[in-house]
Design a binder for this molecule. Structure first.
Ligand code: PMP
Length: 416
């Protein structure tokens, strides 16, 4: 199994000059990577479905850079578009018309979209969505789902977290996923005060089995929002273009008012997008919202190439099918060794958990054994498929998983 030597030297350098060394959920201090000693911390290069760390270990990467790697690292079509645009110009006083080309492509691709607005990160557009809802309705309050993630802006965080004060979150109302009655009650208890309901298209929290919408859930939410003048904003940052090129609201048979995209938009180039309906276009242009790099042309060129290729190859269907093969196999291999591997969420961004013990320790042991053999999984975050992965890669991963189950079983004779 792999060893990590140079890794620790680099990390020592990093913590001296960077708070946390590697910050947020991408670092070894995060719950995603337990036990940290099983994981590589720094990459040296990446290609297709794989990356190599600073110790020369190769990983098939099921985190996909937390989603952006949708076509494969260094995809040739995207990178050709990037190189061409770099020669023409990137961050210029007057934006390139690539911005218009991309907005037109989004409007053509995303079913609900009458317009598109571009920023850099997922959190830029979830915050913008909530601001637009407030501007359009003149109301203060936002209903959101417990355990949902919309970024790191103060309004998205929890009271008690460092740096968060009660005013940041005092206009949020939290409901449980799939509990339409709770939304109904919140609306009834706050008449004329709810600007927005924001949620992901299905529930993909950390540490918890992911959950699809119950039958008619979104249709009921849609009707309530329409009846009460509430803006329905969907955070498609993670699911976007891994379920349906027309948007995840389309996949689940409803129409959102605002849709946030980011991760799979440009194969790792830095651009996010908010799409909206005509009725919210004036409110969107009324909000003061922009940034130094938001109109840069290289990421627009990357996004155009990425979306065009995803449409051409029917990326979402490919990833859903391949993900199903991978997860069906993992479940069966687990079963053959006496492990109950529970799979949830969509197969293109599935969540998994060994259910033999509630502490999740066995799960962490198995994941660590997979990582040390070259299959990069996080423990308690959903995982991702990309379009560079093949059936060969799935077989390779199944082999690693099999060996990892054997290693865990050997350490736990009590499992029988
Ligand atoms: N919403 C969802 C559903 C996400 O998964 C993420 C990123 N993990 C965000 C918002 C925030 O995106 P970013 O980190 O690019 O700001």
């Amino acid at each position: 199994t792999y060893s990590y030597n140079k890794r620790d030297e680099y990390f020592k350098r990093a913590v001296k000059v960077i708070p946390g060394g590697i910050y947020g959920h991408l670092g070894p201090a995060s719950g995603c990577y337990i036990p940290a000693n099983a994981y590589p911390f720094f990459s040296e290069r990446a290609k297709g479905a794989y990356f190599w760390d600073v110790d020369g270990n190769r990983f098939i990467d099921y985190m996909c850079a937390y989603g952006p790697n949708v076509l494969g690292y260094n995809d040739e079509e995207v990178d050709a578009a990037v190189e061409k645009q770099m020669k023409e110009g990137n961050c210029v006083t007057a934006p390139s018309t690539k911005m218009i080309d991309l907005a037109e492509l989004m409007v053509d691709t995303v079913a609900m979209a009458d317009w598109a607005f571009f920023a850099k990160n997922g959190g830029d557009v979830t915050s913008f969505a909530v601001m637009i809802a407030k501007a359009a309705t003149g109301r203060k309050k936002t209903i959101m789902v417990k355990g949902g993630y919309h970024g790191v802006a103060p309004w998205t965080q929890k009271l008690g977290y460092p740096g968060i004060i009660d005013e940041d979150v005092s206009n949020n109302i939290y409901v449980e996923w799939n509990k339409f009655e709770q939304i109904e009650r919140a609306v009834a208890e706050n008449p004329g005060q709810i600007a927005c309901f924001i949620a992901t298209p299905y529930h993909h929290p950390i540490f918890t089995d992911n959950a699809m919408p119950e039958k008619d859930y979104w249709q009921k939410v849609r009707k309530l929002c329409t009846d009460k003048g509430i803006v329905l904003a969907i955070d498609d940052v993670r699911c976007g273009f891994r379920l349906d090129m027309a948007g995840s609201d389309h996949y689940f048979g409803f129409k959102a008012d605002l849709m946030c995209f980011c991760k799979a938009l440009a194969n790792g180039w830095n651009v996010s997008a908010l799409c909206g309906i005509d009725a919210l276009k004036d409110a969107a242009s009324s909000v003061m919202y922009t940034g130094s790099y938001w109109l840069s042309a290289v990421p627009f060129a990357a996004a155009i190439a990425c979306l065009t290729k995803l449409k051409k190859i029917n990326g979402p269907e490919y990833m859903l099918n391949l993900g199903k093969k991978l997860t069906d196999g993992l479940r069966d291999i687990g079963k053959s060794h006496g492990f109950d591997l529970v799979i949830s969420g969509a197969p293109s961004l599935w969540y998994m958990r060994i259910a033999n013990d509630d502490s999740l320790m066995l799960h962490q042991e198995w994941v660590a054994e997979c990582v040390r053999r070259g299959a990069f999984f996080a423990n308690h975050h959903n995982l991702f498929i990309n379009c560079a992965m093949t059936e060969e890669d799935i077989k390779y991963t199944h082999g690693i998983a099999d060996d990892a189950f054997k290693a865990v079983k050997k350490r736990h004779p009590e499992l029988g």
